[in-house]
Design a protein around this ligand. Sequence first.
Ligand code: GLN
Length: 473
Amino acid sequence: MKSEILSLSNVSKESLLNETKKKVLEHQEKCNSFVTILENASLGEGKESKLSNIPYVLKDNFSTKGILTTGSSNTLKDYIPPYNSTVYQKLLDAGAILVAKSSMDEFGMGGSGITPHTGVVCNPYDTSLIAGGSSCGSAACVCDKVVPFAIGSDTGDSVRKPAAYCGIVGYKPTYGMISRYGLFPFASSLDHVGVLTRSVVDAAIVGNAIKGIDSHDMTTFDSSSIDLEKEIEEPISTRKLFYIKELVRLENYPNASEELKSILSQFHEFIKTLQSQGVLVEEVSLSRELLDVIPSVYTCISCAEATSNLSNLTGILFGEPGVGKNVVEQMIDHRTKGFSPLIKRRLIIGSYVLQKENQEKYFVNAQRVRNRIVSIMKGFFQKYDACILPCASSVAPKIKDVNDKMKRESSILDNHMVIGNFGGFPSITIPSSFINGMPVGINLTAEIMEDAKLLSIAYQCEKLLDFKGGETK
Ligand code: GLN
């Protein structure tokens, strides 16, 4: 069974930790993945578990008591939380060792890893390329074999997209399975905690360790009957999968790049492999109109929620106070200086769609379209176990070609993973192959609460794909 975490059980934990600390520093030189490096991290005292004394990295939007937590934003560049997020507390209790806090696109907004206040995070396979975001640092360090797992957050695809660009596994469980208490909120109805690993089994192990109902987060549910590891080796031959034909037929992309052609042809090859294993895979249709509006719907809802969630960042409760003659001027000064242009743009969009006269036209309508897409997917899940699709239309783009204006997101193939957030569906990305020396991934999504089944399908796909990873440079 492919598992880094289980294979580390026989390793001397002292030497593992020392080795990891060395790798953290080397990796930081190369990829700039971390906001904070915990050089004094020591062997844990948590209970005996599969994660005891296993080093890991946490995205810098999870509150860690007494440890800098910035959300990669200038507004919180010196913020030290007075309490622990539930995820961090659970990992502390499990005896895992936090070795660094990872950089992210500011407050989770973005998909490139070029906006952290500490600078761009690069892809370990090629440092002229992005790692993808917003969980850029978490993805890059797992890809570069610094740690066997890292924690991220996923509001649109922020765990699964960087996982695809970095050739690793990115798993976002059912909404409410993992507590968001102490996670900086971006868009609460879409925000999920996610895990980044180098194998599906490891995603299951970490998922099991951090899930659970939490009185601090009223959206969590009791998942004690769901064991993510137990059924992982179930055979795939009886499964029924579907893909959305509008997303994977070459004729829908008249200007397809060579890269996109390879992604689609490799995807169809893999579908044939699955079928040869007895898996039923069928095509379904989701209208092009609905696929085309996913970015706008996501933008309306996420920006509206972000506007509300970030309204407490005024420099009064947190961060450096702004300068001004009165409190309003001080708040304006703090926010003007603190937020990057991307955040400002999104907060303006959010305020606009929430204005009384615009609410029905934008925000409420976006919710209607979101519900429509979710109910269509739920219809598919009545007949099928999971949806299978490529993760993106390309490999990781070059840093110099990315701007923060969501330009690349015009392609339907780059945006469909947001559906997982619209419906709170469990969704996982696994690496499938290399194209032009860079990894690409396959995404699997299932009905809510079907996480164990999803992971078992992913595990069998992982075996069939037999992705070896490559040498990072
Ligand atoms: N790329 C998306 C955005 O820009 C997703 C972000 C996320 O999942 N946190 O908002």
